[in-house]
Design a protein around this ligand. Structure first.
Ligand SMILES: Nc1ncnc2c1ncn2[C@@H]1O[C@H](COP(=O)(O)OP(=O)(O)OP(=O)(O)O)[C@@H](O)[C@H]1O
Ligand SMILES: [Mg+2]
Length: 351
């Protein structure tokens, strides 16, 4: 946890190097408490020899509070520095798969959890939640009260100690619950270091037998940028409707990045919530097939047992061998073994 709720200055090293004496600072916290006769202005300074009355006590307490805040800020900056090692980014030997989408609610977390349980791997199968919504854990039946990735990252803790047992023999790292200030502090890590996630994964000493699947928030976010930096394969989830069709151009922008990244040649699409009883759904699927070609590796049916199961900590995609959606997940896991080896954007531009 952070030492105290304070904003971490940006950029940290430069700001931390400058120590401002409390007497030079504005004392805003006591403005409201001062007697009406107190001087006002744009910068209220504490008098050096204030008279020994209630007003001066408030000023002295304000000084103490400012010093305490500065100390907490220094501790937070130190934690931040500890967890961002310098030097080139290490690369994990584990296979890393990212599940992304420009649009929310299409089934990223659902697919991420299901694939974590279905992927063939000799080693561990890790599902890591990089979405502050912190929902992946529910899909994998993990207790919601656990410490997560976000707060541990702020203190420089290695993620290995935080992994939990999830459904389908998965190992799960929830995003965790953090306050707004902690989240902003975490996002500064991501902003300051383009390889932050790569370093975190490298510290876990994973092997080439391990597979990591990453859940992301919708759209182009700092989390997505980190994920695209480290992924070997990317899966874009879309739904068979006009709203998803309208995100196809945003998908191109979503996946913009250096062409030398592995996933640029190994980018797949999955249509989720497909309702075969509706002609419109079938036609939308045809449109997507024409657009994505071989990059479209799966069509998950709309199955209310999936959404209802969430309410009861049950996941048919992981536990029900008779579910047709489960069979489709296994087929998607299988398809991921054979890279498509095409440009990530080739399909979407082929229309
Ligand atoms: N194939 C499906 N059939 C029925 N319900 C589904 C299916 N896939 C997902 N759902 C339900 O749709 C809802 C949204 O799914 P999910 O949370 O996985 O989407 P998401 O893309 O991760 O959302 P967000 O963008 O908010 O992270 C959930 O209630 C989930 O149970
Ligand atoms: Mg999600």
């Amino acid at each position: 946890m952070l030492a105290e709720s304070v904003d971490i200055p940006d950029p940290l090293p430069a700001t931390m190097a400058k120590t401002v004496h409390p007497l030079e600072r504005r004392i805003e916290p006591v403005l409201d408490d001062l007697p009406e006769t107190a001087p006002t202005g744009d910068a209220l300074s504490v008098p050096v020899s204030a008279p020994a009355n209630a007003g001066s006590l408030r000023s002295l307490l304000a000084e103490v509070a400012l010093e305490r805040q500065a100390e907490a800020r220094a501790q937070n900056a130190e934690a931040l520095r500890r967890s961002i090692p310098n030097g080139p980014a290490a690369v994990t030997p584990a296979r890393v798969i990212a599940v992304v989408s420009p649009k929310g609610g299409v089934g990223k977390s659902t697919l991420c959890a299901a694939l974590a349980g279905a992927l063939g791997a000799k080693g561990r199968r890790l599902a890591i939640d990089l979405d502050p919504q912190n929902a992946l854990q529910y899909h994998l039946g993990v207790s919601p009260d656990v410490a997560g990735m976000a707060s541990a990252s702020l203190t420089g803790e290695c993620w290995n100690g935080l992994l939990l047992n999830g459904l389908g023999a998965t190992r799960v790292l929830p995003f965790g619950l953090v306050c707004g200030q902690e989240r902003r502090a975490l996002e500064r890590f991501l902003e300051d270091d383009a390889h932050w996630l790569a370093r975190q994964l490298a510290r876990m000493d994973l092997t080439a037998d391990d597979v990591v699947i990453l859940d992301t928030p919708p759209g182009r976010t700092l989390y997505l940028e980190q994920v695209l930096d480290v992924a070997d394969q990317v899966i874009v989830v879309i739904t068979p409707d006009a709203a998803s069709f309208m995100t196809l151009d945003p998908i191109d922008r979503l996946l913009e990045g250096p062409a030398n990244q592995a996933w640029q040649r190994d980018c797949h699409y999955v249509v989720n919530q497909f309702d075969a009883s509706r002609t419109f759904c079938q036609d939308m699927l045809e449109v997507f097939k024409r657009r994505f070609g071989k990059q479209l590796i799966g069509v998950l049916p709309l199955d209310h047992a999936i959404s209802e199961g969430l309410a009861f900590g049950v996941n048919p995609l992981l536990e029900d061998e008779h579910s047709s959606a489960r069979q489709e997940v296994l087929a998607i896991a299988d398809a991921l073994k054979s890279p498509v080896r095409t440009s990530a954007l080739a399909g979407s531009r082929a229309s």
